[in-house]
Ligand binder design. Structure first.
Ligand SMILES: C[S@@+](CC[C@H](N)C(=O)[O-])C[C@H]1O[C@@H](n2cnc3c(N)ncnc32)[C@H](O)[C@@H]1O
Ligand SMILES: [Zn+2]
Length: 282
């Protein structure tokens, strides 16, 4: 993720705070996190205080040369509008959604998943921001710049400039075998190959005259072009703001034609089996 002191790291669903503390104490960056579950949040605060205590004790030790960045851990839901500005101020984002925990199983009554909330937050982050996830975010894969350009070309649609097509690019990176590092049962840990999906926010033009779909002045926020072959907005290359604010929070937006492109790099959706954390956002 190429994190330096000058970056703001955020872990969305920070659990007991490992990633935030690691980033702050080893890379020196400011580190934010948000966690829903009470016990995990309180454990993360205890963990954070422990680190601060050790660092204070070592302050005058000549062998201690770590300068930790500030750590700010919040207790709540990442989709809560009260946290939107604070969360989108980050430019290095980690999401451990391994095994699709924030996918269809996490959907609230209106069908909006935690993945979609995260995708929308990412669309509001500044260009150059990087989001790393442990499971692909389906809604984002469909809107990768190369995918949109490929589909538009396939259907003979002109794209005035490639940076209008989408607000990000995606790479799938192999991290290697899990080596049983995490185990929640006595039957042993995970030995599967671990992959990471790296999404990079792209620089985009800040508005367009060629826009009859939405009144678009994106102010640096993400935009995309529809790629549905029979859509008038797609044919007109009308940029669409990628995120929309609703009462229940921010979510990723569709074109007015309501077409959700099927990604060529897609995945099978698992049937919802239970609601993750049982959130009712209706
Ligand atoms: C797979 S765990 C990852 C924990 C941590 N990031 C790590 O990698 O060690 C996902 C975490 O997200 C939290 N979570 C689930 N829904 C959330 C929401 N709507 N807002 C904030 N946190 C949430 C869960 O409680 C859980 O601790
Ligand atoms: Zn459309």
């Amino acid at each position: 993720m190429q994190i330096g002191k000058y970056h703001i790291f955020v872990d969305l669903g920070h659990g007991i705070g490992n990633a935030c503390l690691q980033a702050s104490y080893t890379l020196g960056c400011k580190s934010n996190g948000i966690e829903l579950v009470d016990a995990r949040f309180y454990a993360s605060e205890a963990f954070r205080r422990c680190f601060a205590k050790v660092a204070a004790e070592k302050k005058n030790d000549p062998n201690w040369n770590h300068t930790a960045g500030p750590v700010d851990l919040k207790h709540g839901r990442l989709e809560d509008p009260a946290f939107r500005e604070w969360l989108t101020s980050a430019d290095r984002v980690f999401v451990n959604n391994y095994n699709d925990v924030f996918g269809s199983r996490s959907a609230c009554k209106s069908g909006v998943t935690i993945d979609s909330r995260i995708a929308a937050l990412f669309a509001e982050m500044k260009p150059g921001s990087v989001l790393a996830t442990m499971h692909p975010i389906a809604d984002l894969l469909k809107r990768d710049q190369d995918e949109v350009l490929e589909l538009r070309e396939k259907y003979g649609m002109d794209t005035p400039s490639p940076d209008l097509a989408s607000f990000f690019k995606c790479e799938k990176i192999e991290l290697g075998p899990a080596n049983e590092t995490v185990s929640w049962s006595q039957s042993g840990g995970n030995t599967e190959t671990i992959w990471v999906w790296k999404y990079t926010r792209l620089e985009q033009p800040s508005g367009s005259k060629n826009n009859n779909n939405n009144n678009n002045n994106n102010n640096g926020k993400g935009i995309f072009l529809c790629s549905y072959k029979d859509c008038e907005h797609a044919r007109a290359a009308a940029p669409i703001p990628a995120a929309i604010i609703e009462d229940s929070g921010l979510r990723l937006r569709q074109c007015k034609c309501n077409y959700a492109a099927i990604s060529t790099r897609g995945r099978k959706n698992r049937k919802p089996s239970r609601r993750y954390a049982g959130f009712d956002c209706s």
